[in-house]
Design a protein around this ligand. Structure first.
Ligand code: G3P
Ligand code: MG
Length: 396
């Protein structure tokens, strides 16, 4: 092993074997700032690629299909990135296709029509968006139709009618929404909040109905969300994120807080019947588990490509050595750092949190609730710190 190479990485027999550590990079505030690469980002990734050190990108961003987003990032950073080593906020929704793929789901996001296209590429077969509902039943939204032309151009006819009091269709023949997905940061909070709350108050997800169980004192949770209403999924809890403005801006977490606030007001306030919902994305365990699986498959793939490995299965497939550490490089203590600190890997992999100063965190915004293992100036320094910790003796 030469002095300038990482120990344990470059040996003749295991030349291709990935090391026992890997990286997970956040994007906004770590690799990019307002779509521009941050200093050192591209060279740090290239260095890892050169030495076959596996990494994934793990972002709470979304709104584009993974393959499109990765193509975009590769062009911006000037580094060829792999769509199989990429996890964004809504990527774990793919795992819900076996359960919900054949059912009607409502999807919204920054551009709901685009979110629908992503959901369809994941395998969801009956995806409706707010525009469809507004077109089918303009009365759902009584206000000045400023955006109606935008909605009109993206609306698709519904497969079933929306239920109407006194209408010709029995409820069982009407539109029934079985799940609601917030793919990324909605733009029209008011319409989306109205429709989400409508569905959570409905009888079994039939839009236009109102559950008779709502508010009943004799029922569990006073009957709220207790009548087969659709499950509500958010993909990103970030209250703030780093943008071009000098102060952090609201993220999807702010929209979620708004929906929760309206829900509290509707159900009697005081947070007595908190909104039941599922949230993926960082810092949630589900996303870290998903990311670790992606990383595991990616390491195996690297090994296959190189035609070597630390071990072989009965069928002859190479298996990489155990993954002992993942360095999570992030800029947001509430998201990247909290998630890495709190995640308990089933394989005993240690997720080591590294905070950079190039993003949303600033010491003036109060004490951190989630302490990273180390704070460094930028992503390049983060990689250098981690490689040193792993016995790296070369330089970036
Ligand atoms: O909407 C994007 C944002 O909330 C954060 O993205 O890459 O910092 O996880 P990222
Ligand atoms: Mg970030």
């Amino acid at each position: 092993v030469s002095d300038s190479k990482p120990r344990g990485l470059i040996t003749s027999s295991a030349a291709a074997a990935p090391p026992s550590f890997a990286f997970a990079f956040d994007i906004d505030g770590v690799l990019l700032h307002v779509s521009e690469p941050l200093p050192g980002a591209a060279s740090a990734l290239r260095l890892l690629q050169r030495h076959r050190i596996p990494f994934i990108l793990l972002t709470n961003g979304g709104g584009q299909h993974e393959s499109d987003r990765v193509a975009d990032l590769s062009a911006k950073l000037g580094v060829a990135l792999d769509a199989d080593a990429f996890v964004q906020s809504h990527t774990p929704f793919r795992d819900l296709v076996p359960a919900l793929g054949g059912k009607t789901v409502l999807v919204t996001g920054s551009d709901a029509a685009r979110s629908r296209a992503i959901a369809e590429r994941y395998g969801f077969q009956d995806v409706v968006i707010p525009a469809d509902l507004l077109a089918a039943q303009p009365g759902v939204w009584p206000f000045d139709p400023l955006l109606r032309s935008v909605y009109a151009s993206s609306a698709r006819p519904l497969r079933r009618p929306v239920w109407r009091d006194g209408g010709e269709h029995p409820v069982e023949d009407c539109l029934k929404v079985e799940a609601v997905f917030v793919f990324n940061d909605p733009r029209d909070w008011a319409l989306d909040t109205q429709l989400i709350v409508d569905l959570l108050l409905s009888h079994r997800g039939y839009l236009g109905t109102y559950s008779r169980r709502n508010g009943r004192a004799d029922l569990e949770n006073r009957g709220w969300q207790a009548d087969g209403q659709p499950e509500l999924f958010f993909s990103n809890a970030d209250l703030f994120w780093a943008t071009g403005y000098h102060l952090p801006r609201f993220g999807q977490g702010a929209f979620q807080a708004a929906v929760r606030g309206v829900w509290d007001a509707v159900t009697g306030g005081g947070g007595l019947h908190p909104l039941r919902r599922r949230v993926v994305g960082k810092p949630y365990e589900e996303t870290y588990r998903f990311a670790e699986d992606v990383l595991r498959r990616h390491r195996a793939q690297l090994l296959r490509e190189a035609g070597g490995g630390a071990g072989r299965t009965a069928g002859g497939a190479a298996t990489p050595a155990a993954l002992s550490t993942v360095y999570m490089i992030g800029d947001n203590p509430e998201s990247d750092i909290a998630g890495a600190n709190g995640f308990r890997s089933a394989d005993g992999t240690d997720w080591c949190s590294v905070l950079v100063r190039t993003g949303v965190w600033h010491p003036d915004r109060g004490e951190m609730k989630h302490q990273p293992r180390v704070i460094v100036d930028n992503v390049e320094e983060a990689v250098r710190w981690a490689l040193k910790r792993e016995g790296w003796e070369g330089d970036l």
